[in-house]
Design a protein around this ligand. Structure first.
Ligand code: C2E
Ligand code: CA
Ligand code: CA
Ligand code: CA
Length: 284
């Protein structure tokens, strides 16, 4: 059928696929794509880590990995300037692999001894639809002796809804391998509550747009509260992102949100800096 062909095409391993045909035909985008390829070979991509704290004891229990591009002329390039393009062209799969390899190689250095310090990675639709992705990530972690339980994979609702049946299979595989699974930007995509119930996810991330508004806007507060209650009733943990003030942090804690992430706690930082920052945070 049309649908099956479409899905198969999306899963194909070609770097340049249907969606990008128009994008990659312009000279600017062709050069951006080759620049991105070079960025990987020339070691210009950087892993930044943003702390996630437990609202119960304020300890830094995890971190989210966010990519940056240290461009030789343009300086530090934020992800919104190249991640959407990488998604359109399919290059995102190379980027995700690079990210997983980098994190795996640095994971031991992030551990504190007793409990596993978990690192979250953002996945795109392309990763979810790649049939080789689960084996790749499992093998890579194995090579670096990183337990799969030490890695959380963040997936947006829209990435899942692109091909829900296939995504569900991939998520089941990843969950069976031991990965923690998180639904990112929750509340901004399709309402897919039926899927939520079926998917083997462990946590929901309340989108920052609701968190920003929750102190001043009663509707946002209600959305945050309902999301937390829904998650708990489904047996999921909740992470709030975009926590910029103490008022937000305290309100979230009051509502039972387990983890918080945002500028009030700490910005994304290079790995070395993060390790120093975390020591300092725990001393205070
Ligand atoms: P995201 O996954 O929703 O990541 C959270 C974004 O919110 C990050 O922006 C983070 O720096 C920012 N943020 C965190 N706390 C606060 C806060 O308190 N206030 C405000 N205003 N912002 C906050 P960043 O690093 O620019 O990343 C933007 C988006 O780019 C990410 O959104 C994610 O969708 C994408 N992205 C970043 N790195 C990767 C990657 O390695 N792979 C993929 N597939 N996507 C990535
Ligand atoms: Ca994320
Ligand atoms: Ca998010
Ligand atoms: Ca987002």
């Amino acid at each position: 059928s049309q649908v099956a062909m479409y899905a198969a095409k999306r899963r194909s391993e070609d770097i340049i696929s249907y969606k990008s045909e128009f994008v990659t035909s312009t000279p600017e985008s062709l050069s951006l794509l080759s620049e991105l390829r070079q960025a990987v070979t020339n070691n210009e991509l950087r892993v930044y880590l943003q702390p996630k704290v437990s609202t119960v004891d304020h300890r830094v229990i995890a971190a989210e990995a966010l990519v940056r591009w240290q461009h030789p002329e343009k300086g530090l390039v934020p992800p919104f300037k190249f991640v959407p393009f990488a998604e359109q062209t399919g290059f995102i799969r190379e980027l995700t692999k690079w990210m997983i390899r980098s994190l795996a190689s640095q994971w031991q250095g992030l551990q504190l001894g007793h409990e596993v310090f978990r690192v979250s990675v953002n996945l795109s639709t392309r990763d979810l639809l790649s049939p080789t992705f689960p084996d790749f990530v499992q093998q890579t972690l194995h090579d670096f002796q990183v337990p799969t339980t030490g890695v959380c994979l963040e997936i947006t609702e829209s990435a899942i809804m692109d091909d829900p049946t296939f995504a569900e299979q991939t998520l089941a595989k990843l969950s069976n391998m031991g990965f923690r699974l998180s639904i990112d930007d929750f509340g901004t995509g399709y309402s897919s509550l039926g899927y939520l119930k079926r998917l083997p996810v462990n946590e929901l991330k309340v989108d920052q747009s609701f968190v920003f508004g929750m102190i001043e806007d009663n509707n946002d507060r209600t959305i945050v509260q309902s999301t937390i209650d829904l998650a708990h009733n489904l047996g999921l943990e909740v992470v709030a992102e975009g926590v910029e003030t103490e008022a937000m942090y305290l309100a979230l804690r009051e509502l039972g949100c387990e983890e918080a992430q945002g500028y009030f706690i700490g910005k994304p930082m290079p790995v070395e800096e993060f390790i120093v920052w975390r020591d300092q945070w725990h001393k205070e």
